[in-house]
Design a protein around this ligand. Structure first.
Ligand code: FAD
Length: 501
C-alpha cells in the first residue's frame, strides 16, 4: 500500500502535478517528523513538506484529498508527547518553514496593539522581537516558549498569566486558516466565527493556522519572581484562589505553583524550590504537622526600570501580607521580563547538557474543578505520587470566565479549576511503562470517584473516549469536522476521526 501511495503521490500527484513554492522531502529527511517530545510514539510519514505559505498548504491538502487514505499532519515544533503531530504514511507539513511569513504590528482603533504572526512562529521569537522592536509583548503565555503559535492555539496555551487574561486562545483576534477542504480562509469572532472558535483549542481538526493576530500589552522591564512554601493543601489553595480572584492591579501578575516531596531528593524534594542555587532550603522550618508532600506557590510581580526599589518592596510585601505560607520559606530573585518568560529555556539547556531532554516524557495534564481538587490531593499527591515523578508536578488555579465557551477546549464545570501537570522525564526502559500505567491508574481513579475533570492536551485511542471527553460539546465538535474537514484529512495523530476513503 505504501509503495502504491508513494508512486501516486510522488511520481504523479505531488512532485509532477503540484507546483509548490516550498519543498517536498522524502526518505531519510522524514525521520525527524516521525518523533516528538514524548519519545513514546513514532510514525514515519511518506513525505515532509516545507511549504512557503498558505497556498502551498492548500495545494497539499487538495492533492491529499485525491489519494485514498492519505492524511496531512501540521507539525509545529513537535512538542506534543503522544504523536499528535504525526501521520503514518501521510504528509507532514513542517510549519516552521513558514515562521517568517508574518510579523506586522497593527493598531486597531488607536489602541490596544496587535501583532500578526505566523502559525509556524515560535513564541520565544514572538516575545524577543515584540519586546526589542516595539517594547510590547503578548499578554498570555505558556511556561516554555519553544512551541509554535499554531501548536499552542490548537490546545489552549496556559501559564501563570491565564487567570487574568485567559489562555492564549482568549487573546487572539483573527486567524488565517487553511481548512481540510483546502480553502484559505480569514476568520474571527465576526467573520466565519464557527471556524474561528472551532480551530481555537480544536486539536488541529478543522484547519491549519497560518496567521494569528495576537493582542499585545506594554512589556514591563523587570519581574520579581517569588516562591513561598506551604505545608497544608487547604492553606495553599485558599491563598492561590484568593490571588487569582483579585482585581487587576490588586494581585500578582503571575500565579502558579507546584507540589514537591517533603524530603531532600534533588529532583522531587526541597532542593527543587530555591530560585537561586546559592539560596538554601532550611527543612527545620517545616512544621512538624506537615505530611508527605509540600506545596510551593509561585508568583511574579512586574515593574519598570524607573520604579524605586522601595516602591517595589512595599507593593510586594503588601501582596504577600496575610498569606499563610511557612515563615522563612520564601525565595525570590529579580530578573528581566524576557529572562523570566524564557526561564524554562535555561532548564532545557541544562537538561540537554545532562542528556535528559531527549528522553521519554509520559506526561499527564488535567483540568480539575475546585470541588474535586481536595480529593485529588489526598489520594494522588499525598499517596500515589508522594515520592515524586522525576519532574515538576504543577498545580495552579484558573478561572473559567476567562475562557470562551465557543472555543473547542473541553473544561470542567466550575468557575475555579486547577491545571495539574505531571511533567515526567523517564529514562528509556521499563520505567516508561510504569509511568504510563500510573497515569492510567490516576485517570481511572478520577473516573471511578466521579471527579469533575478533563484531560488537557488530551490523548485517547477510541472515539468513545473522545465523545466522553467532549461530553455535550461532542455534537458541535463533530459538526465542525463535517463542515471544515469532511474527509478527515487533518491531524490524524489525535485519533479522533478516520479518513473517509
Ligand atoms: P505540535 O506538537 O507540533 O502539534 C500539536 C498539534 O497541533 C498537532 O495535532 C498538530 O497537527 C497541530 N498543529 C500544529 N501546528 C498547527 C497549526 N499551525 N494549525 C493547526 N494545527 C496545528 N502547554 C501549555 O498550555 N502551557 C505550558 O506551559 C506548556 N509547557 C510546555 C512545556 C514543554 C517543555 C512542552 C514540551 C510542552 C508544553 N506545553 C504547554 C504543551 C504545548 O502547548 C503543546 O504540546 C503544543 O501543541 C506544542 O506546540 P508545537 O508547536 O510543538 O505543536
Amino acid at each position: 500500500m505504501v509503495a502504491y501511495l508513494e508512486r501516486i503521490l510522488l511520481d504523479t500527484d505531488i512532485t509532477n502535478s503540484i507546483d509548490l513554492k516550498g519543498s517536498i522531502e522524502t526518505g531519510g529527511s522524514t525521520v525527524a517528523a516521525s518523533k516528538d517530545f514524548g519519545y513514546l510514539y513514532s510514525a514515519l510519514p511518506l513525505a515532509l513538506i516545507k511549504p512557503s505559505g498558505a497556498e502551498d498548504i492548500a495545494r497539499v491538502i487538495k492533492a491529499a484529498s485525491q489519494v485514498p487514505h492519505t492524511t496531512v499532519a501540521a507539525r509545529g515544533n513537535g512538542h506534543s508527547v503522544n504523536g499528535q503531530a504525526m501521520t503514518v504514511g501521510g504528509l507532514v507539513i513542517d510549519m516552521r518553514s513558514t515562521e517568517e511569513n508574518h510579523f506586522q504590528l497593527l493598531s486597531i482603533d488607536g489602541s490596544p496593539d496587535y501583532i500578526d504572526v505566523s502559525g509556524g512562529a515560535l513564541w520565544e521569537d514572538v516575545l524577543t522581537r515584540c519586546v526589542s522592536d516595539f517594547g510590547l509583548a503578548p499578554r498570555s503565555w505558556t511556561d516554555y516558549l519553544g512551541l509554535t503559535v499554531g501548536g499552542t492555539l490548537s490546545n489552549a496555551g496556559v501559564s501563570g498569566q491565564a487567570f487574568r487574561y485567559g489562555p492564549q486562545i482568549s487573546n487572539v483576534m483573527e486567524l488565517d486558516v487553511v481548512t481540510g477542504k483546502g480553502d484559505i480562509t480569514v476568520c474571527s469572532e465576526t467573520q466565519n466565527p464557527e471556524l474561528f472558535f472551532g480551530v481555537l483549542g480544536g486539536l488541529g481538526q478543522f484547519g491549519i493556522i497560518t496567521r494569528a493576530r495576537v493582542k499585545l500589552q506594554t512589556a514591563p522591564d523587570m519581574v520579581r519572581w517569588i516562591r513561598i512554601v506551604y505545608s497544608e493543601f487547604e492553606d495553599y489553595t485558599r491563598d492561590a484562589e484568593f490571588l487569582v480572584s483579585q482585581k487587576d492591579g490588586e494581585s500578582f501578575d503571575y500565579v502558579e505553583g507546584f507540589v514537591f516531596s517533603n524530603n531532600d531528593d534533588p529532583v522531587n524534594g526541597w532542593p527543587s524550590v530555591p530560585l537561586d542555587p546559592n539560596h538554601g532550603f532550611n527543612p527545620a522550618l517545616i512544621p512538624s504537622t506537615a505530611g508527605s508532600v509540600l506545596y510551593c506557590l509561585e508568583v511574579a510581580f512586574q515593574y519598570r526600570n524607573g520604579d524605586q526599589p522601595s516602591t517595589v518592596d512595599t507593593a510586594v510585601s503588601g501582596l504577600l501580607k496575610g498569606l499563610g505560607f511557612v515563615e522563612g520559606l520564601k525565595f525570590q530573585v529579580d530578573l528581566s521580563y524576557v529572562e523570566f518568560l524564557l526561564r524554562v529555556k535555561r532548564v532545557e539547556e541544562e537538561a540537554r547538557a545532562n542528556g535528559i531532554w531527549e528522553t521519554p516524557h509520559p506526561w499527564l495534564n488535567l483540568f480539575i474543578s475546585k470541588s474535586s481538587i481536595g480529593d485529588f490531593d489526598r489520594t494522588v499527591f499525598k499517596e500515589m505520587l508522594k515520592d515524586g515523578i522525576g519532574g515538576p508536578i504543577l498545580i495552579y488555579p484558573l478561572l473559567r470566565s476567562k475562557w470562551d465557551n465557543r472555543t473547542s477546549t473541553a473544561l470542567p464545570d466550575s468557575e475555579i479549576f486547577y491545571l495539574v501537570a505531571l511533567l515526567r522525564s523517564v529514562p528509556e526502559g521499563p520505567l516508561v511503562e510504569k509511568a504510563v500505567a500510573q497515569n492510567n491508574e490516576i485517570l481511572e481513579w478520577c473516573i471511578k470517584e466521579g471527579l469533575d475533570f478533563k484531560q488537557y492536551l488530551p490523548h485517547y485511542r477510541t472515539k468513545e473516549d473522545w465523545k466522553r471527553h467532549f461530553g455535550n460539546q461532542w455534537t458541535r465538535f463533530a459538526e465542525r469536522k463535517a463542515s471544515f474537514d469532511p474527509m478527515a484529512i487533518l491531524a490524524p495523530g489525535q485519533n479522533i476521526f478516520t479518513r473517509t476513503h
